[in-house]
Write a protein that binds this ligand. Structure first.
Ligand SMILES: Cc1ncc(COP(=O)(O)O)c(C=O)c1O
Length: 483
C-alpha cells in the first residue's frame, strides 16, 4: 500500500466494521472480567512497535485494535464495575461522539452550531443545580480541569490584578478552606495557581464526614487575626471517599458574611440537587460562586466531559480573556457568534464535547435521570445492608449518595494489610471491580455505583465473591499456613 485511503467510501466501510466491533465489545462486556490486564506479549508488541514508516490499510489497523486493544479495555460499564468514581456511559453518547469527531469542529466559539449546542448544555446544567440559566460556564475535560478553572476565576476575583502582576505584590498570605475529604485535584489546582499548597487550611469533619462549619468560622477568625487573607472555601457535594455532602447552606452564610468566594466541587454529586428528596442537603448550592460538575460521572456521558459553572460569567472573562490579532472578529462579522469559549477558559482548540452531553441528556431526560440516580443510591444502600448481614464483613464510615465502604474482618490478621491484599485479589479475579481507600484511619473496600447496568443480582453476587476471596486469602495468610 502506497498512500493512505481517506475516501468517504472507505470511511463508510470502516464505520460498518467499527459498529460491529463496538457493539460486540458492549455485548461481551458483562461476561468478561471487569478488569483484564493485557498479557506480556501484547504489552511487548506496543513497547517495541517501531514508528510506522509506510501507510497501513484500514483493515490492518482495525485488526490490531480488535486483537490487542478491545479485549483489554478497563472494563468501565461492566455491571459490577464500581471502582473509583467511574460511570457506565450511554451508548448514544459514544455514537454521537463519533459524529462530533466526524464534524471535527473546533469549538473555540463563533456562530457555528456547536456554540449554540454548548450554550444549551450549559443552560441545562445550570438549571439542574438550581443556578440561573444566565450563569456562565464552559465544558472541560473533567473535574480536575473544572476545579482549576473555577479557582482561577476565584483568584482573579479575590486578588484582583494577580493575573497581571502575579502574586509578588501580595502582602497577606491567601487561605483556602477545605477538609481532608476534599479531592486531591483541588490541592493541585491551588499549586498551579501559584498560591502554594500551604495556602490550604484543612478543616476537621463531623461524624457524617462533612465539613465542621464551627471550625471553619474559628479558622477564618484566627487566620484573619494572624494577618492571613481568607479568600475561598470549598464545599463538596459527594466526597470522593464516602459521598458525603458538606453543609452548603451554612458554608454559604459564612462565606457571604466573611466575603469569601464559595466554590463547590460537585464533580460527582452536584446533579443530586435535582432529586427532590435530597433538596435539603443541597440547599446553598445555587448560591455558590462556582461549581465543578462532571457529565462523565453521574450524567452517564462517555469521557471526557467536565463542566464548570460560575454565577458571574465575567469572572471567567476576567480570568481568561486575551487578545490576539489572528483571533480578532468584528461585532457584525458573519462568523461572529454569541460567545467565544476560548475567552472563558484555558483552551483555544476545543472538541465538540457538547454534542454527546446534549444527546445523552435528551435521551435520558430529567425524570429518567432521577430514576437512574435512585437506582444507584439504592444499590449502594443494598450493598451496605448485605454487608451488615454478613458475618465476615462490616461497613466502614457512612454511606453517602451511591458509595458504600466496608471491609472483610479477618481472624487474627492485621485487617488493613489484609484488606489491601483483598482489593488486589478482587481486581485480579475480575468478577467485580472495586478500589480501596482509607476512612477514619481504616483501610477498606469502596464501591461507587454509577452504573445503570448494575442489578440486585450483581450486588448479591459481589458480596458472595468478596466473601469467598476473603476466606480464601485468610486461609492462605493465617499463621498456621504461613511457612
Ligand atoms: C469529588 C471529585 N472531584 C474531582 C474529581 C476529579 O475529576 P476528574 O477525574 O474528572 O478530573 C473527582 C473524580 O473522581 C471527584 O470525585
Amino acid at each position: 500500500m502506497t498512500s493512505p485511503d481517506f475516501s468517504v467510501d472507505a470511511f463508510e466501510r470502516t464505520l460498518t466494521r467499527v459498529a460491529a466491533l463496538a457493539a460486540g465489545y458492549l455485548r461481551a462486556l458483562p461476561e468478561r472480567e471487569a478488569f483484564r490486564r493485557p498479557p506480556d506479549e501484547v504489552v511487548r508488541r506496543f513497547q517495541t512497535a517501531p514508528l510506522p514508516d509506510r501507510p497501513s490499510s484500514i483493515e490492518t489497523v482495525l485488526d490490531d485494535i480488535e486483537r490487542d486493544i478491545l479485549p483489554y479495555s478497563l472494563g468501565i460499564g461492566h455491571p459490577r464495575w464500581w471502582g473509583y468514581i467511574r460511570a457506565s456511559a450511554s451508548p448514544l453518547g459514544m455514537a454521537t461522539d463519533l459524529l462530533a469527531t466526524t464534524m471535527n469542529n473546533n469549538c473555540s466559539g463563533s456562530a457555528q452550531i456547536a456554540t449554540f449546542v454548548e450554550m444549551t448544555v450549559m443552560r441545562w446544567l445550570a438549571e439542574l443545580i438550581g443556578y440561573e440559566p444566565s450563569a456562565g460556564g464552559i465544558l472541560l475535560s473533567g473535574g480536575s480541569a473544572a476545579n482549576f478553572v473555577a479557582l482561577t476565576a476565584m483568584r482573579e476575583a479575590m486578588l484582583p490584578g494577580s493575573r497581571a502582576s502575579g502574586l509578588m505584590g501580595i502582602d497577606r498570605r491567601p487561605v483556602v478552606y477545605v477538609t481532608h475529604e476534599t479531592h486531591s485535584c483541588v490541592r493541585r489546582a491551588v499549586e498551579w495557581l501559584g498560591l502554594g499548597n500551604e495556602a490550604l487550611h484543612l478543616l476537621p469533619i463531623d461524624s457524617q464526614r462533612r465539613m465542621d462549619v464551627a471550625a471553619l468560622e474559628r479558622a477564618i477568625a484566627n487566620d484573619s487575626e494572624a494577618g492571613r487573607h481568607p479568600i475561598c472555601v470549598i464545599g463538596t457535594t459527594g466526597t470522593v471517599n464516602t459521598g458525603a455532602i458538606d453543609p452548603l447552606a451554612r458554608i454559604r452564610d459564612i462565606a457571604k458574611r466573611e466575603g469569601l468566594w464559595f466554590h463547590v466541587d460537585g464533580a460527582y454529586g452536584a446533579v443530586g440537587a435535582a432529586l427532590p428528596e435530597l433538596a435539603g442537603q443541597y440547599e446553598g448550592l445555587a448560591d455558590a460562586d462556582s461549581v465543578a460538575l462532571n457529565p462523565h460521572k453521574w450524567l452517564y456521558v462517555p469521557y471526557e466531559a467536565g463542566a464548570v459553572l460560575v454565577k458571574d460569567r465575567n469572572a471567567l472573562t476576567r480570568a481568561f480573556a486575551t487578545q490576539a490579532a489572528y483571533l480578532e472578529v468584528q461585532d457584525d462579522d458573519y462568523f461572529n457568534g454569541p460567545l467565544w469559549f476560548h475567552q472563558q477558559g484555558p483552551q483555544l482548540s476545543r472538541a465538540f464535547r457538547a454534542l454527546k452531553i446534549w444527546a445523552v441528556m435528551r435521551q435520558i431526560g430529567l425524570e429518567g435521570y432521577r430514576a437512574l440516580w435512585r437506582r444507584d443510591i439504592a444499590a449502594a444502600a443494598e450493598l451496605r445492608r448485605l454487608v451488615l448481614e454478613h458475618p465476615r464483613l462490616e461497613p466502614v464510615g457512612v454511606t453517602g449518595l451511591s458509595i458504600a465502604c466496608f471491609r472483610f474482618v479477618p481472624d487474627g490478621i492485621d485487617p488493613d494489610m489484609f484488606n489491601r491484599r483483598l482489593v488486589d485479589r478482587i481486581q485480579k479475579d475480575g468478577r467485580v471491580f472495586l478500589a480501596g481507600t482509607t476512612v477514619d484511619g481504616i483501610y477498606c473496600l469502596r464501591a461507587a455505583i454509577i452504573n445503570f447496568r448494575t442489578s440486585t443480582s450483581d450486588t448479591r453476587l459481589a458480596i458472595d465473591v468478596i466473601a469467598e476471596l476473603g476466606v480464601q486469602l485468610e486461609r492462605e495468610l493465617s499463621p498456621a499456613n504461613v511457612p
